[in-house]
Design a binder for this molecule. Structure first.
Ligand code: MN
Length: 211
């Protein structure tokens, strides 16, 4: 199995001034590429020849017998997280429909959801990700260390579910522009979050996971 770097369907400078072109370029072509290269190398070395999507690999990670499970977890997780994240970035979208309704139901209001997302992002210590997760008809905000994500078994991460949207909390995602101003980076996310993509993700699971 070989994984490949997905193309981003917008220019590296498309998210300026909120995320600068240099950060996007390095993040995509260096960081994301490295996670893919490492994943491919581990699968080859461990002779794991499963021809499956990265999502399926992550869901079955806890069953894979490997001498490099943590390394595989970090790198395969990195590949999925970044692939998912690039699709979730676009300037000037708004939330509507079922996702808006369910965010209001679970967090009282969109503004309150944003505040809680910012708070939990700030509380996360060290490298990791913050996700909006859908599980058993409920939305929740959860942070994950390193390159963990909600697709991985809860025996690995403590909480699994369907990822709806996410933000990269690693310093490499913002340091060139924001330096130590992590909150400014997190709050800038509301200008570039692609709600259209988040709504597509949510619709995929809303009816099947509602009960
Ligand atoms: Mn990253």
């Amino acid at each position: 199995m070989q994984y490949y770097l997905p193309k981003i369907n917008y220019a590296y400078n498309a998210l300026e001034p909120f995320i600068d072109a240099e950060t996007m370029f390095i993040h995509h072509t260096k960081h994301h590429q490295a996670y893919i290269d490492n994943t491919n190398r581990i699968l080859k070395e461990e002779k794991i020849y499963s021809n499956i999507s990265i999502e399926k690999l992550l869901k079955s990670l806890h069953k894979i017998k490997s001498n490099n499970t943590v390394l595989l977890q970090n790198n395969a997780g990195g590949h999925f997280n970044h692939s998912f994240f690039w699709k979730l970035l676009k300037i000037g979208t708004t939330v509507s429909g079922n996702l808006k309704q369910q965010i209001k139901k679970n967090f009282q209001s969109i503004d309150n959801f944003k505040l809680e997302f910012e708070k939990k992002s700030m509380q996360h210590f060290g490298s990791g990700w913050i996700f909006l997760v859908f599980k058993k008809g409920k939305l929740s905000i959860n942070s994950y260390k390193n390159q963990d994500n909600p697709l991985m078994s809860s025996s690995i991460t403590g909480f699994s579910g369907y990822p709806i949207l996410c933000l990269d909390l690693w310093e490499h995602a913002y340091y060139l522009k924001y330096r130590n101003r992590k909150l400014d980076y997190i709050q800038s996310f509301w200008n570039i979050l692609n709600w259209e993509e988040a709504m597509i993700q949510f619709e995929k699971f809303y009816y099947s996971d509602k009960l």
